[in-house]
Design a protein around this ligand. Structure first.
Ligand code: ADP
Ligand code: MG
Length: 628
């Protein structure tokens, strides 16, 4: 399956320029699933993507970090100490990534840490080693995975693909990148977890189809609907809940224990932790048995799977609601989804599998370990991004432009030159012309996005083309060429064809768009497609109107006194005022009507001007002199 996967993902941001690989030398790169609960590192070995084990053969590293006065402990031992040393042991740090101190306070009782930190700043967790930011804690997890990879693979890593939930915002993604840097890792790319899962299943090998990725982990739920066309994944919709996961199942069981045992829910941090561990153990056991004995302190009781299913039903329902909404967002029916991929440890819960199968009317894919599937997919992509070619010599991953590239035209409209999902490298040219008589310069404004109005797109660069020879409006031919090289570097050049004057710019994406931003921009473009068309027509009508007003004003200034009488001038000026007034509004039809009317009342004037120009030309003077 993994041997000849050809992948292309609409979600990829423009690649940052990297060093090109030396031939015949495999460059070591890994995929890292930096999870809320568990983290993994995977790599391609002998053509197969697999998670890398530690010395004890364990592939899962619990995302728990315990600070001692003189050392840092990461993984299972730290997790085990969470109950006995809660203040120095950090778990679920992913929930804190990119969050401010106020967000953290909001999470309240769920977190038994002592926080410090200024207003609206990064929260620091007070430990025996001093204050630790979430970025540092995450870096400590990544360091362990990096060392594991280097020891297993026997060499330095060129970099890693690190996965993040689809819902991570800019700050959360940036925090993840910072953590990697701190751990001495080069981030080849942040990749959305669901996309990684789809790659792991080789779904990109299908010719086409719509797939859903249901990811229920420890702390987050993500649903993603991807459409595959010609080996390219296109994100149709994403949805989910950044505060829904297996942790909540644990909390539900913990509340059940508190109620059953008649305990006070005002527990100290240590008691709270051990209660949560008891709950989690019971939950995981219920995946394989129908009932478990639960012992907490002096209390003991039995939790049946049926009772557990009832406890978590509202949470499952919330996830299904998000699924339905995501499907609706795509404007498709549930039946059109051809595969459902299960991701995340919590999809082991039998009731979750059942509920998902019921909703989509098909058995979800569960063959690849749901804990490992994300890291496995990330490793496949990491290998490609590191520049390794497949055995056949073919590049594994077909990189595409995630959002259309284009430029600004009159009226603040975006003209697309290279549509999104075009594979790179690519070069495309388009001709533009001048808008005014004698226009000698043209501003080239390079944009990225799907929307019609430039205000809804992202500005990448601006530059001027100067020295355009004087010509009447519309006569100059300016060829603008967009070129994106294999590293994703965009350069734009503009050339006036008659004179050969040229100007160009290299657009270096100092920071690319995050997957989240791209997803949002794509979603917006689907959502606003109708509005955009109306807006575009209106803008075009406004541009036409403005162009006519400017032409008439110019003509009036040049020849108004000479060729028109006072009454004619008055009629024209009234119609112009009327048009200017309408242009302030949004009634496109009225603007178009009034543009026509103004054009009609100035017809005779235009004819007279033409006459006089012809006469002047016949008398031996050239056009330029007439203009003056
Ligand atoms: P994350 O992506 O948030 O790090 P994972 O995908 O590793 O999370 O899933 C962790 C969650 O899966 C935890 O809540 C854990 O208790 C749960 N989990 C793991 N194994 C099982 C199981 N056998 N039955 C039920 N839940 C499980
Ligand atoms: Mg996960």
């Amino acid at each position: 399956r993994a041997s000849d996967i050809r992948t292309a993902m609409a979600l990829l941001q423009i690649a940052e320029p990297g060093q090109s690989p030396k031939p015949h030398q495999r460059r070591l790169a890994v995929g890292i699933d930096l999870g809320t609960t568990n983290s993994l590192v995977a790599a391609l070995r002998s053509g197969i993507s697999e998670p890398l084990p530690d010395q004890n053969g364990e592939v899962i590293l619990p995302s728990a970090v315990r600070y001692h006065a003189d050392r840092v402990e990461v993984g299972q031992l730290a997790k085990d100490a969470a109950a006995s040393d809660p203040l120095n042991t950090v778990i679920s740090v992913k929930r804190l990534m990119g969050r401010g101190i106020s967000d953290v306070k909001h999470l309240g009782g769920q977190l038994p840490y002592r926080f410090s930190g200024g207003e609206s700043h990064m929260p620091f967790i007070e430990t025996v080693q001093g204050p630790k930011s979430p970025v540092e804690v995450s870096a400590d997890i990544l360091k362990v995975l990096r060392q594991r990879a280097e020891a297993t693979l026997g060499g330095d890593l060129v970099g890693a693909v690190i996965t993040v939930p689809a819902y991570f915002d800019d700050a959360q993604r940036q925090a993840t990148k910072d953590a990697a840097k701190l751990a001495g890792l080069t981030v080849l790319r942040l990749l959305n977890e669901p996309t990684a899962a789809a790659v792991a299943y080789g779904l990109d090998q299908n010719a086409e189809g719509v797939v859903a990725i249901y990811d229920l982990g420890g702390g987050t739920f993500d649903i993603s609907i991807l459409r595959l066309t010609g080996g390219v994944f296109e994100v149709m919709a994403t949805g989910g809940d950044s505060a829904l996961g297996g942790d909540d199942f644990d909390h539900a069981i913990a509340s059940w224990i508190i109620a059953e045992a008649g305990l006070s829910d005002d527990l100290d941090p240590s008691a709270q932790r051990s209660l949560m561990q008891t709950a989690c153990t019971a939950k995981e056991a219920l995946t394989d048995t129908d009932a478990v004995d639960v012992v907490y302190g002096s209390w003991s009781g039995v939790l049946t799977r049926a009772a557990f299913d009832a406890l978590i039903e509202p949470m499952i329902a919330r996830s299904l609601k998000a699924c339905r909404r995501a499907v609706r967002d795509c404007g498709i029916e549930l039946e059109e989804i051809e595969a459902v991929v299960m991701v995340g440890g919590s999809t082991r819960v039998p009731r979750v599998r059942e509920a998902v199968a019921e909703l989509f009317g098909r058995q979800p894919l569960t063959e690849i370990d749901p804990d490992q599937v994300v890291a496995i997919g990330a490793a496949i992509q990491a290998d490609t991004l590191a520049g390794n070619k497949r055995d056949g010599g073919e590049l594994l991953l077909l990189d595409v432009i995630p959002l259309s590239l284009g430029l600004e035209t009159m009226g603040g409209l975006m003209e697309k030159v290279i549509p999104r999902n075009t594979t790179i490298p690519v070069a495309r040219a388009q001709e533009f012309t001048t808008y005014k008589d004698g226009q000698s310069a043209m501003m080239i404004h390079v944009l990225q996005g799907e929307r019609e109005l430039i205000s809804d797109c992202r500005s990448l660069a601006r530059f001027d083309l100067r020295g355009i020879p004087a010509m009447v409006a519309g006569a100059a031919k300016i060829r603008v060429t967009f070129q994106v090289d294999a590293d994703g570097l965009l350069s734009v050049s503009a050339r006036e064809l008659a004179s050969g004057v040229e100007s160009s710019i290299q657009v270096k994406p100092s920071y690319g768009l995050t997957d989240g931003e791209i997803t949002r921009m794509l979603k917006d473009s689907f959502q606003y497609a109708g509005d955009d068309k109306v807006a575009r027509v209106l803008r075009e009508q406004q541009v036409d109107a403005q162009r006519l007003i400017e032409a008439v004003e110019g003509a009036l200034q040049a020849d108004g006194e000479r060729l028109l009488d006072a009454e004619e001038r008055m009629v024209i000026s009234l119609q112009m005022d009327e048009l200017r007034e309408l242009m302030k509004g949004t009634d496109g039809a009225a603007i178009e009507q009034q543009t026509k009317r103004l054009s009609q009342v100035t017809d005779a004037f235009a004819a007279r001007r033409l006459d006089s120009t012809v006469k002047a030309a016949l008398s031996g003077r050239n056009l330029n002199e007439i203009e003056e």
